[in-house]
Write a protein that binds this ligand. Structure first.
Ligand code: PRP
Ligand code: MN
Ligand code: MG
Length: 177
């Protein structure tokens, strides 16, 4: 993690915002008439995405968070997803939207969706800003995806490399120098 690198912009803040507007229209289509949607952010990576996404939603919502970790400070998935912090509220019988920043091997989304399903929500849908389909190890796909990207190590807009660069307003790719 002491390796030197530069970050090349891959997806601008403007295109992310435009895509979130489109996605929010689709979410409205799905959840129109919902009693109260629980929007669940998967920490830490999704904190920026969920903040922008919920502000585009004109629906009755609650926000809750769950913290999972599989990468730690490395660049490789450990394939062991640890739940570090659970939801505060119960989701049984509720409409739930799980918000993830990126689906890579798919282990995190797989593990967390199974966990949430076991609590018997009325409806569970998933949204991921980014998807790296070529890296998949378990057959998983979010119901909505912002952008499909090639197999590059990306940072920014909530996503870290060894806990750094989460605060970049765009998605960039890491290039070692
Ligand atoms: C990253 C990312 C996703 C997950 C995707 O989280 O935010 O949650 O990995 O990878 P996968 O599809 O291979 O499981 P990380 O474990 O780094 O925790 P963080 O969100 O706190 O950075
Ligand atoms: Mn994460
Ligand atoms: Mg991480």
């Amino acid at each position: 993690t002491d390796r030197r690198y530069v970050i090349d912009e891959m997806i601008s803040a403007k295109s992310i915002a435009a895509r979130i507007e489109e996605l929010s229209r689709q979410i409205h289509g799905e959840f129109d008439g919902t009693d109260k949607l629980v929007v669940v952010g998967l920490l830490r990576g999704s904190f920026v995405f969920i903040a922008d996404l919920v502000r585009e939603l004109d629906l009755p919502i609650e926000v809750d968070f769950l913290e999972a970790s599989s990468y730690g400070d490395g660049m490789e998935s450990s394939r062991e997803v640890r739940i570090l912090k659970d939801l505060r509220g119960a989701i049984e019988g509720r409409d739930v939207l799980l918000v993830e920043d990126i689906v890579d091997t798919g282990h995190t989304l797989h593990h967390v969706t199974n966990l949430l399903k076991s609590r018997e929500p009325a409806r569970l849908k998933t949204i991921a800003l980014l998807d790296k389909p070529t890296r998949r190890e378990v057959d998983m796909k979010a119901d909505w995806t912002g952008f499909e990207i090639p197999d590059e190590f990306v940072v920014g807009y909530g996503i870290d490399y060894a806990q750094r660069d989460r605060n970049l307003p765009f998605i960039g790719k890491v290039r070692f120098t």
